[in-house]
Design a protein around this ligand. Structure first.
Ligand code: SF4
Length: 211
């Protein structure tokens, strides 16, 4: 995609939503980290429903350790893969206490060393909790980047690297949220809503829908 079109694309997405953010509800980096770990293959709405009950009771690594794995499971059992996620969250809390004084590290390597935390989760935390211009490529961003021609790539890492390269600095902080929301609500997986799409004329997708 031409640079002028990239600028136009993000200008339009910014006009529609000047201050985008994650749909996960959180108040601290730790709450965000746990919510993102819980959100793998689950919806933000489902995670919010669980954390709304969990966080008033336990929202620090020590408090969650005190709940124990079974205690934690009682709060998150409505979320897919909750057994494995409970195990990861407990191990993650232990590591945060042992190596990071109970704080979420502001550092990619340390984040990725935590159980259940991969590159995508680390990118979300670095971007949303710490304000770094990272690009966490999820299924929505992957699809939108390929369909539009903004950053085509055969895997998420290729798309991430391309996005970091092509997105102008002024949009980098918020680009991740704009693209996720665009993919979730407009450029949907099964049937993109092309007639209603604000970036239709800039998009290179060959099979645009007409109704
Ligand atoms: S025009 Fe269609 S395919 Fe292109 S970004 Fe918009 S919704 Fe997606």
């Amino acid at each position: 995609m031409k640079r002028a079109d990239v600028i136009e694309l993000f200008t339009r997405l910014r006009e529609l939503n000047p201050h985008p953010t994650t749909e996960l509800v959180y108040t601290t980096p730790f709450e965000l980290l746990v919510a993102v770990v819980l959100s793998a293959q689950a919806t933000d709405v489902g995670v919010n429903k669980a954390t709304k009950k969990l966080y008033p009771v336990a929202n620090t690594p020590q408090a969650i350790l005190d709940l124990g794995e079974d205690g934690l499971k009682r709060y998150i059992s409505s979320i897919g893969l909750f057994n494995a996620k409970a195990k990861n969250v407990i191990a993650l809390c232990r590591l945060l206490i042992e190596h990071h004084a109970g704080e979420v590290p502001h550092n990619r390597e340390a984040l990725e060393a935590l159980p259940g935390v991969g590159r995508k989760t680390a990118n979300v935390v670095l971007n949303t909790a710490f304000g770094e211009p990272t690009m966490a490529v999820d299924t929505h961003i992957f699809r939108v980047s390929n369909r539009t021609g903004l950053a085509p790539g055969k895997d998420v890492r290729a798309v991430e690297d391309k996005l970091v390269k092509v997105i102008p600095d002024e949009f980098k902080m918020d680009a991740h949220h704009w693209l996720i929301l665009h993919g979730r609500y407009v450029c949907k997986a099964r049937k993109p809503d092309c007639p209603q799409c604000a970036i239709r004329d800039l998009c290179h997708y060959k099979d645009k829908t007409t109704a």
